[in-house]
Write a protein that binds this ligand. Sequence first.
Ligand code: GLN
Length: 550
Amino acid sequence: MQKKTTKNKHNTKYIIITGGVISGIGKGIVTASLGRIMKSMNFNTTAIKIDPYINIDAGTLRPTEHGEVFVTEDGGEIDQDFGHYERFLCDNSLKEHNITTGKVYRRVITKERNGDFIGKTVQVIPHITDEIKKQIKEISNKKNSQITLIEIGGIVGDYENIIFLEAMRQLSREEDIVFIHVSYVPVPEKLGEPKTKPTQQSVRLLMEIGIQPDFIVCRSVKKLDCIRKQKISLFCNVLEENIIDDPDLETIYELPLIFEEQEFSKKILNKLKLNETVKDLNDWKNKVKILKKANKEIKIGIVGKYLNTGNSELKDSYISVAEAIKHAGIPFNTKINIKWIDSNKLSTSIHNSHFPKKLLGIIVPGGFGTTGIDGKIKTIEYCRKNNIPFLGICLGLQLSVIEFARNVCNLRNANSTEINKNTEYPVIDILSEQKNIKEKGGTMRLGSNPALLKSGTKIYELYKKFGLLNTDNIVYERHRHRYEINSKYHDILQNKGLTFSGISPNKKLIEFIEITDHKFFVATQAHPEFKSNLLQPTPLFYGFVESCLN
Ligand code: GLN
């Protein structure tokens, strides 16, 4: 074995996941599923995602460009695949688990400026590749990881990720490693048969870089037959039993079970020289069963503003909200169908007949900027007046305060200074600590923050039911915002009947609100959707579903 660049303190084994043919075929779900299986055998498992873009993190990316920005406990704004990792592994990631080209180069350039390379020419190989391996090993050491999964963003053949693939090739000379290539096997409609050529070619590209995959995971509409598997096996130099099916599924949460039918983890552990231990996937199996065949079905609406790219619809911008609502249906044996409503297209004169009748509740999720606001506010007014369950998240809370100020407190045209700088009644205003910040990246109020809940409120009861209140009635949720309810209006809003159910412990910021005289009108400045996973839904989503069913 090659001399190690950085110490591997816990004898971590590595599983590298690469992609082929097209992007967006669910490499993240494959990674998350393997993580679930490994965790169910009690292996200390960590997931790392490499994004080959120059951005330092995903914080400055538009949701319609790269999907949702996921927020970690420690305030990282990272790739949405981490949402899948957390929802499957039921474990928290740290911001450094997302490695980008920008982060790697920044570290190397800083070292160069510090003179750390003592006169050497600083080069892509070995300095950038060493830095990549170093970051991976540091994370694994910090997390005492027995198994580290590393997903390489993009597909083989992209210019951008080639240096990361090279670093993985080098890593395989130092450590025990398994390479898994997730490829796409199309079934062209007119031909009606699965075509393996794109997979053969993407594996050839991988081999040119010096990586021979141990497994090929084949994304396709159906499981592949023996003929195709033999073909892929022969051309790609991979054992036939190591060609793993990854067919279209009703729910992504089923994938770990499909993998286990094929003894995928056993084969991986063999290669890594690890012993298989007792696996407990029973709870997971039961939840998947409900997702596939629930006793009841209901429809709720999500009024978003990031729903279109070009001519296609995009729901990835709100993926954590969509998943959190699915999780919350499970305890009620209920499948939740989502009607996506584009607030940019909602008329400002909504009245009852405009509103889809069968929707039992409405969620207004987070967002930024000035577009699509009026439709959201009208929707909130409609929910408030018609006693329709409503859950507002971050921007959703801010807009429900604006609606309440305008229509209940008679503050005409009340607004947020994010939407109208010169509004007469700035009921939502920029956080004081954010006022003088000019930079864009990582400058919001980010990550896990405490809130003190008011006993007797709906929100208090929900968190209590979930055992999430500590002895001082404090709960923690993740945040990502620059604006807040303006303290000058706290009294007016409260006097008119808006309940502040949760505030920051220093009493300055309002974290949760509700209207008591309503079936369920609840909003939070936080993003509880980021902490929901298949095994444990989150209180506010649970309460929302419960009220939709009543
Ligand atoms: N744009 C609002 C703010 O910055 C809301 C943010 C959000 O919804 N995440 O405070």
